[in-house]
Ligand binder design. Structure first.
Ligand code: 4NP
Length: 155
């Protein structure tokens, strides 16, 4: 099983989702590869935003080793599931889908918490620290559900 987390810049939301899920995969000794990417190349090669890093490490999830990269159509071949953080990420990813099987891999991550409601992980980049804490809470919850589904072979 290979899971890709996707946002716009790949420096705030998706590297956090990636880091939390990697940690939980390791803690649960699961055979899952996790990675992340951004639909833009704005921050390619950069480490996660320092505010996201600080929020994450304080809560037990170091993400300093991650490096931003842009999502490409080749990711549809590499990954089984592609979780996007918001609807604009979904639109941008779906533009690169070559057939229905590609598109079927794309899911809004918060639909794991409240199915079919299409809620979005808010972009914290232009806001204050509380936005980063909120993103952590949301992604911690969603990744708990993803881990349970993997364990139950329900994903
Ligand atoms: P992310 O946040 O998509 O969660 O990584 C953003 C990071 C950078 C920008 C926008 C969102 N930006 O416009 O540079």
């Amino acid at each position: 099983m290979k899971i890709l987390m996707v946002c716009l810049g790949n420096i705030c939301r998706s590297p956090l989702a990636d880091g939390i899920l990697r940690r939980k995969v390791r803690e649960n000794a699961l055979d899952v590869v996790v990675d992340s990417a951004g639909t833009s190349d704005f921050h390619a090669g950069e480490a996660p935003d320092h505010r996201m890093q600080e929020t994450a490490v304080k809560r037990g999830t170091p993400i300093d080793f991650l490096s931003a990269r842009q999502f490409t159509a080749a990711d549809f071949e590499q990954f089984d599931l592609i979780y996007v953080m918001d609807k604009s990420n979904r639109e941008n990813v779906l533009k690169l889908a070559r057939h229905e099987a590609d598109a079927a891999k794309v899911r809004l991550i918060l639909n794991e918490i409240q199915p079919a409601t299409d809620q979005e992980v808010p972009d914290p980049y232009f806001g204050g620290w509380e936005g980063f804490e909120q993103v952590y809470d949301l992604l911690d919850h969603a990744t708990d559900i993803i881990i349970e589904k993997i364990k139950n072979k329900d994903i």
